[in-house]
Design a protein around this ligand. Structure first.
Ligand SMILES: [Ca+2]
Ligand SMILES: [Ca+2]
Length: 232
């Protein structure tokens, strides 16, 4: 029994460590669904519209491992999914108005066969359910950017297969977001703040690193027992 209690406590410690890592956003764009007055911005290749909003990371918190955001399907709210999402990070034009460059410095396309988890938040907007989306990025190492540097995040769906809905990203009024109609088009002012959170933890800990942590803790806990036995 002593042995089993020890194993359970080690597993418990590892779970606590994993949960504390998961709750570590390194950037929050400050939109709270269910609290803030919100609206939406269509971000869908099927509707020829992309939107983008800026962020900056603090020193020591520059590796993004998961993205979290919210959106709706309108106007029928009957998503066929899993649709593909294009997650793109742009750096900023060096001069003039603050806006992203034309081409992203990072792009991750997510969709079939990788399903983006879609969770109903219980809040509706214009008759559509607001869904929360989360996905790992840059596995297994994540996406490392420079600190204190302006970047722009764009999340665009492609609901071409869904003829009565287009996907829209949740936002709140006021801000410096931008929009464009196509990859080759100019980013012009959109003036909103889009809902996203950047986290430095993967949604699920990497199995290898989890196992290593477990073995390390097990060794740390077992060692004193062995020493005690040897000395007795
Ligand atoms: Ca902004
Ligand atoms: Ca569509």
């Amino acid at each position: 029994m002593k042995c089993c209690h020890r194993v359970l406590s080690v597993a418990g410690l590892w779970l606590i460590a994993a949960q504390s890592v998961l709750a570590a956003p390194i950037y929050d764009n400050g939109v709270v669904v269910g609290v803030d007055p919100i609206a939406f911005g269509v971000a869908d290749f099927d509707a020829s519209n992309q939107v983008v909003d800026d962020f900056s990371l603090a020193p020591g918190q520059t590796t993004i491992r998961s993205f979290h955001w919210t959106g709706i399907y309108r106007t029928s709210d009957t998503p066929t999914g899993p649709e593909a999402f294009w997650i793109r990070v742009f750096d900023q034009e060096p001069s003039g108005e603050a806006r992203p460059r034309f081409d992203p410095i990072f792009e991750q396309v997510i969709g079939t066969p990788i399903v983006v988890p879609r969770t109903d938040t219980g809040v509706t907007l214009s008759g559509s359910r607001i869904f929360a989306f989360s996905v790992d990025v840059g596995s297994p190492v994540g996406l490392t950017l420079a600190a204190n540097t302006p970047y722009w995040l764009s999340i665009t769906a492609d609901t071409s297969a869904d003829t009565d809905d287009n996907w829209a990203w949740i936002n709140k009024g006021g801000g410096n977001s931008r929009q464009r109609s196509a990859d080759s088009s100019f980013w012009f002012s959109n003036g909103q703040t889009f809902d996203f959170v950047l986290d430095d933890a993967f949604l699920t800990p990497e199995p290898s690193s989890g196992l290593l942590a477990l073995l390390g803790l097990a060794g740390w806990l077992v060692l004193p027992v062995r020493l005690r036995r040897r000395n007795s």
